[in-house]
Design a protein around this ligand. Structure first.
Ligand code: CU
Length: 217
């Protein structure tokens, strides 16, 4: 009773064993090939993503054909967007400067040549900031540049505008150059003066070493 079953099962066992073995080999080969395919896919994706970036960085704008596929077209799009964005930001400051961060440039000259100053009512030449009177607007930052052709230092001092700037000595051939900024926050007329003892007439006379700034709304 047992034998026929045993003899009958022997070939079956072999068959099952061989089938299992073959299956295992096939499975193993499948795994090996699958892994190889996976590694290949990863490698190809790496090279595919590396190639378009290299070509875009070198400035090659020509599309890499169909081989680049999605990665290449994405890279192409992003590089196009970047160049588009950079050109947009390049023009943005110029457009934005007029509205938001407006800046006004003012140039002042101390004792400008050839006179080396400004003529007073008596015909003599006195120390002077030229111009001594100018205007600005509330909210518009003013960048002031002072060239001093005098061999004495002066100051441009205006408590109302929050400025007290030292202007170093220069010379008629090589003026000192000083810059400062004013941020006008309220409208009005603000006086300024030179605080260093220089020219007694000029220091007490508007249009020479003192003057006014008009801030308009
Ligand atoms: Cu002075």
């Amino acid at each position: 009773m047992g034998d026929p079953i045993q003899t009958g099962t022997e070939p079956t066992r072999y068959a099952v064993g061989i089938a299992t073995l073959l299956g295992g080999i096939v499975l193993g080969l499948g795994l090996v090939f699958g892994m190889a395919a996976g590694v290949g896919a990863i490698w190809s994706s790496v090279t595919a993503s590396a190639t378009p970036s290299a070509s875009s960085s070198s400035g090659g704008a020509a599309p890499n054909g169909a081989s680049g596929s999605a990665a290449a077209s994405n890279t192409g799009m992003s590089s196009m967007n970047q160049s588009g964005a950079s050109s947009a930001t390049g023009s943005a400051p110029a457009a934005g400067a007029a509205s938001a961060g407006a800046v006004q440039d003012v140039s002042l000259v101390v004792d400008p040549p050839p006179l080396g100053g400004r003529k007073g009512p008596d015909g003599h030449v006195y120390d002077a900031f030229v111009p001594a009177t100018f205007s600005m607007k509330v909210g518009v930052t003013v960048k002031v540049t002072v060239l001093n052709y005098d061999t004495l230092p002066h100051t441009w001092t205006s408590p109302g505008l929050g400025v007290n700037t030292m202007v170093p000595a220069g010379s008629s051939t090589s003026p000192s150059r000083t810059t400062f900024t004013i941020h006008p926050t309220k409208a009005g007329t603000f006086s300024w003066y030179c605080a260093t003892p220089c020219d007694s007439f000029a220091m007490k006379t508007n249009g020479f070493m003192r003057g006014t700034v008009t801030v308009t709304a």
